[in-house]
Ligand binder design. Structure first.
Ligand SMILES: [Zn+2]
Ligand SMILES: [Zn+2]
Length: 253
């Protein structure tokens, strides 16, 4: 680990009374509240916890290596998904996406995973489970998508941009399958020098994505034939997909 005691103390000191006009239309402001080493099964990281005193949310950056003043830092944004990340749900691919990102970053000299505490991309756990329930009753797409209709990507990206600035990252390369997300971050003042495709290893749970019917009419169909709601910012790309399939998936977003 290359982040040493001194810069950590500096970051904490600078953030102690931090207040700014905020990022994005909602003027999101976060500040670094705590930092510690976090060895994980994917490699050694520092965990940097941010606090937004206006909405009381706590976001996390998992930082590998020294990213201060660094260029082209690989960055992955992940939205909290309790059911997938922690409980191993197969209704989404969040855990596979999270593990793929951590595995990739863990092999690099430096990189950042931003873990955004906005369950279901801001709709909250209650609304997410309600959308699941609607799917259970076969009310599939319309109602379920309506329930998920007020996903708030803007707030999430504003917080992410602020976090990257607080960490003093000079420029990044975004790990995503959604090129449009680069524009969103750029608009918020982040220097994005490129995109790293985010590709998951195939396993028994995401194998069906490799079948073309999974992308039929612009929808992803899960193992039970239900339409799958995308909880992360990215449509899934699994090793073994054809170029045409990846292109189709990118257009869906
Ligand atoms: Zn601020
Ligand atoms: Zn999920």
């Amino acid at each position: 680990m290359t982040l040493t005691h001194l810069p950590i103390q500096q970051l904490l000191e600078e953030n102690k009374d931090h207040e700014c006009e905020g990022y994005g239309d909602d003027h999101i402001c976060v500040s670094i509240a705590a930092i510690a080493e976090l060895p994980t099964r994917f490699g050694d990281f520092h965990i940097v916890v941010f606090h937004n005193k206006h909405d009381d949310r706590e976001h996390t950056a998992l930082v590998r290596g020294d990213v201060t003043d660094a260029e082209d830092v690989p960055v992955r944004l992940h939205s909290e998904c309790l059911t997938g990340d922690a409980l191993g749900s197969l209704r989404c691919d969040c855990r596979d996406q999270l593990e793929a990102a951590l595995k990739a970053i863990g092999k690099l000299e430096r990189g950042i995973l931003l873990y955004m505490r906005q369950e279901g991309r801001g709709i909250g756990l209650v609304n997410k489970i309600r959308a699941y329930a609607l799917q259970d009753y076969g009310l599939d797409t319309v109602e379920a998508n309506l329930a998920l209709g007020f996903r708030d990507d803007e707030r999430e990206y504003s917080a992410a941009a602020h976090m990257l600035h607080s960490l003093k990252v000079k420029s990044i390369r975004l790990m995503t399958n959604n090129p449009r997300k680069i524009e969103d971050l750029t608009r918020l003042g982040i220097q994005v020098n490129g995109r790293i495709p985010h590709v998951m290893e195939p396993n028994e749970h995401n194998q069906f994505y490799l079948e073309t019917k999974a992308e039929k009419s612009g929808h992803l169909i899960d193992l039970r034939g239900h339409e799958r709601l995308t909880e992360q910012h990215d449509r899934p790309v699994v090793q073994g997909m054809s170029e045409a399939q990846i292109e189709a998936i990118q257009k869906m977003v």
